[in-house]
Structure formats: C-alpha cells, structure tokens
Design a protein around this ligand. Structure first.
Ligand SMILES: O=C(O)CCC(=O)C(=O)O
Ligand SMILES: [Fe+2]
Length: 517
C-alpha cells in the first residue's frame, strides 16, 4: 500500500500526469470522430433540404438519383463505421500497460487515507465543517470538499463499521448538498446512510425522521420502508420497557441531546486522553521540573567531542531525556532518505505472544534499515551515536529510517521488550534495547510530535536534531516512564531515523547496578 508513507504518495502525481495525458488524447480523438460525423451530417442535411424543396425535380436529374443511392449505401456505411469506431481502445490499452510500471493506489489506500483523516479529526479535535472547507487548525490547506467527497468519506467510515464518523460526514454531505449548484451526489443516498448510522448510534427518533424524509423523496424505497417498520417496532418496545420500569411511559428525549457518543474505549482511556492532549500541545512539563532543565555545550566526556562540543538540551531528568541540536547534517539526511526510499516496507510490530512481525493499525509508516556498509554517511552517523552515548554499536540494530504519511503515527509503546514477551532479541543474544537515539530528519509543520504520556513530555521534530534516552535502568529493568508515541502527522512529511542500542557490550561503558538507580 502507498498511503503509509508520504514519499510514495508523491509518485502518484506522476501517475496522475500520465493519466491526464491519456485522457486528453482520448478527448481529442473523440472530438475528431465527432467532427467527421458532423461533416457527414451537414452534407446529408444540405442535399436533403434541396431534395425536399422539389422531390420530383431533384430526382429527375439522373446524377442526383445516383447520388441519393450512393449516400444511402457506401456513404452511410462509412458513417456507421465511424459511429461504431472505438477511439477509446488504444488509450485503455496504454493505461493498462502503465498499470505495471506506474504506482496506482488501491481500495485499501482509499480506506487507509480516509481512516487517517478520521484519526486526525479525533486527535486534533478538528470540526467536520472546517475539514470540509480544506482548513486544518485554522490554516487553509486545500480546496473545499464537495457533497460527494463528504459522502464518500462517510461511506468509507460506514464500511469500517464506524457509525460515529459516518454520521458526522453524512451530515456535512447533506449540508453541502443543499448549498451545491451542480449536485455531486443525491440526497436520498445521503439520507439512507445517515438514517441507519444515526440508528446505530442509538438515536431511533432521528433515524425515523430521516427515513421519513427519504421516503418523501423515494416513496417506494424498499430498504427505507423495511427500516421504518423496524425503527417503529424498536420505539414501541422501548416504550413498553420504559412503562414497566418507572410507570411514566415517556420516551427518552434523545432528539433533544443528539446522542453521538464515541464508542467507549475503556482499555486505554486515561493514557489515551493524555496522549492526545500532548499531541495537541495542551500539556507541558510541570514548572518545578521545567525550571531544573538546562542547555549546555558539552563534550559528554568523549575525547573526540572535546573539539566539537555538541548542543545538549534536557527535556526531562528522571528518566533523563535529552535533545542534541544540529547533530545530523543535511547531506547525511539526503543520503539516508535516498538509500531508504527504494527499500521502504510497511513498518511492523512484534506480536508479544507469537514473536511474529506483523502490520498494525497503531503503527502507520514505512521503514527501511541501513547499515555501515551502505554509505560512508551511515558509518559517520553510527560513529556519532557512539561518541554521543559512550555506548558500543557492536550490538546495536541497523539504522531504521521511517517516513510517515497522512495521519501516520505510532501509538504509545515501549522500545524495550518486556520480560514476559516473546522477543527476537533473546535469540540474537544482544540483550534488550538499552537506549534509543531518535534523529529528526525533517521539520513537521503541524502534528507529528514524540510524546511521553506518563511524564507529560512532548518533543517536536526539528530537522537535524536527535532525542536520546535510556529505556533500561542500570539493573536492566525496563523504565516504564519511557513509554512514548509518535503523534499523527497533521501536515507535512515526517522523517526520522532510530538507532536502538543493546545491552550486551556496554558492561564497562554503563556498568550494571543492583537497584534501579
Ligand atoms: O517517530 C517518532 O517520533 C517516534 C518513533 C518511535 O517511537 C519508534 O519508532 O519506536
Ligand atoms: Fe519508540
């Protein structure tokens, strides 16, 4: 699939350019065909008119008689062959050939891109009308969506069983439909989806009202008729139940407070809330902690860095999370992006029960792995990580390069493996992931932060900087406060590289301890 990385979507513009050229050619051929037919027609019209004025006089001329017969035999054959001529064939053939060389998105991409929009809408609390106007957080990004576009977004949500977003987008479609001069969809289609999803959201009365509206437009609509009966029965049975319960016999006035509660997500509610608030930059590190944070030029105790000190900024102290500024250079970034691009695969996660690598809705990006041998720039970057951290790269993983597409994200996770988990590191014999270095290789205009919910830290990508933290305590236990996430990218293309450093080989560089600290 293509929607999971922005670089791959860029290639779709090339596909679009080729398709436009083909379509233009097809239109020209079709116009030529019509031009020829029109010419034939006007010849017929001219002769026919003349003949009609005086049929006998016209036909008494043997040449005219001959020409009339000719017009309706050989001439007409050529008209017919012109009419049946399929000017599209060649173009369709071209397009079919392009399918194997150009990138084409699939239905999965369409769905993924729609789901990503819904994710952005939820995480960043974007209201449907603004998104439909092409506006994200008050910034105008694109052209407006038509009623048909909104309808299609609603339909995608519907197919995913997401009635909450179906209702939002069908309502928007309806509003836009009413204001549209050139209609891009039909009101009955919108009403059908809207009514049923409203019902699924628990609002029977509104569903009934919408279905009645639909039946006014299409009185014989079979599904609507069936649904209407069903909704009425449902209301009746609710009425009965209500009577039995409290004896009042009144229905809950669900119309008054349009019920549109989101599906309850009880599994991760508090962290989820905090995560999304951090992504929206609504939470900051408490002042008493913030006031202790420092920035410095430092050699970090490395002889090599004595003459090339680095800019270190503390983002948090326990656990210690630091940002190194201007630590990876533009030419290196360019090399990394160039080498990674052809190797990109959908990023996977490890199933903690089976140990298998699999794709997951909670990690949406493309990634590739680069090693020292791939380019001298990769070697330099790895060497720099060794200088910055004082840790050996002997047991580290290769450099992982990641690009996030529309709404791309990675929900809260630990970089280290938990004891009970099945994990590939056990087999490798390199120990757990002791530390993470995360290079930011692009700026991100909106969204795309790296956030740590349990300590309320948000790091914002800045091209050329890197974050560093230890995932494990000195006694090898995982530090659960390092749980972190990559917020959905709201605007722009986010590029990062991870260097995951392992335990084995660090014995004299970061000696073990008996307790956490
Ligand atoms: O992209 C980010 O900001 C964080 C990525 C991350 O946490 C990971 O890849 O493990
Ligand atoms: Fe991570």
């Amino acid at each position: 699939e293509l929607y999971t990385a922005l670089v791959e979507l860029e290639e779709l513009l090339e596909t679009e350019a080729v398709l436009m050229t083909e379509l233009e050619g097809y239109i020209a051929a079709q116009e030529e065909k019509l031009r020829v037919l029109k010419r034939h027609y006007s010849e017929y019209a001219k002769e026919h008119d003349e003949a009609s004025q005086d049929v006998q006089a016209y036909l008494s001329n043997p040449i005219n008689a001959y020409l009339l017969v000719k017009r309706l035999t050989t001439d007409w054959k050529s008209v017919e062959s012109q009419m049946v001529k399929d000017v599209g064939e060649g173009f369709i053939e071209n397009i079919t050939n392009y399918r194997s060389v150009l990138k084409f998105p699939t239905d999965e991409d369409l769905n993924g891109a729609a789901v990503a929009l819904m994710r952005l809408q939820d995480t960043y609390k974007l209201d449907t009308a603004s998104v439909a106007r092409g506006e994200l957080n008050g910034i105008q990004y694109s052209t407006e969506l038509s009623a048909g576009d909104c309808f299609e977004l609603g339909r995608q949500s519907y197919n995913n069983g997401d009635f909450y977003h179906t209702v939002l987008w069908m309502q928007e479609a309806l509003q836009r439909y009413e204001e549209e001069y050139n209609k891009t969809t039909t009101k009955s289609d919108i009403l059908e989806y809207l009514a049923f999803s409203t019902y699924m959201q628990g609002n029977v009365r509104t569903a009934l009202k919408l279905t009645d509206e639909l039946l006014q437009i299409v009185p014989t609509h079979q599904r609507a008729l069936g649904n209407r009966d069903y909704y009425l029965k449902d209301l009746e049975s609710r009425d009965d139940r209500k009577k039995g319960e409290d004896g009042y016999g009144s229905l809950p006035a669900d119309d008054a407070k349009v019920v549109m509660e989101k599906k309850p997500k009880t599994d991760d509610l508090p962290e989820r809330e905090l995560y999304e608030m951090l992504c929206r930059n609504e939470v900051t590190v408490p002042v008493d902690i913030q006031s202790q944070l420092k920035c410095r030029y430092t050699d970090l105790g490395s002889p090599f860095l004595k003459l090339a000190r680095v800019k270190e900024e503390e983002a948090y102290l326990k656990p210690r999370i630091v940002i190194f500024h201007d630590i990876i250079y533009d030419p290196e970034i360019e090399t990394i992006k160039r080498l990674a691009q052809p190797r990109f695969r959908r990023a996977t996660v490890q199933n903690s029960e089976t140990g298998e690598l699999e794709v997951a809705h909670y990690r949406i990006s493309k990634s590739a792995w680069l090693s020292d041998e791939d380019h001298k720039h990769i070697h330099s970057v790895n060497r720099r990580v060794e200088d910055l951290t004082g840790l050996t790269m002997e047991t580290a993983e290769q450099l992982q390069v990641v690009n996030y597409g529309i709404g791309g994200h990675y929900e809260p996770h630990y970089d280290f493996a938990r004891k009970e988990e099945h994990n590939a590191f056990k087999k490798l014999g390199t120990g757990n992931r002791i530390a993470t270095v995360l290079f930011y290789m692009s700026d991100v205009p909106q969204g795309g932060g790296t956030v740590f919910p349990s300590i309320k830290v948000a790091l914002w990508p800045k091209k050329g900087s890197a974050a560093f933290w230890y995932n494990l305590y000195k006694n090898g236990e995982g530090d659960f406060k390092t749980r972190h996430a990559a917020c959905p990218v709201l605007a722009g293309s986010k590029w990062v590289s991870n260097k995951w450093i392992h335990e084995v080989g660090q014995e004299f560089r970061r000696p073990c301890a008996l307790t956490n600290d």
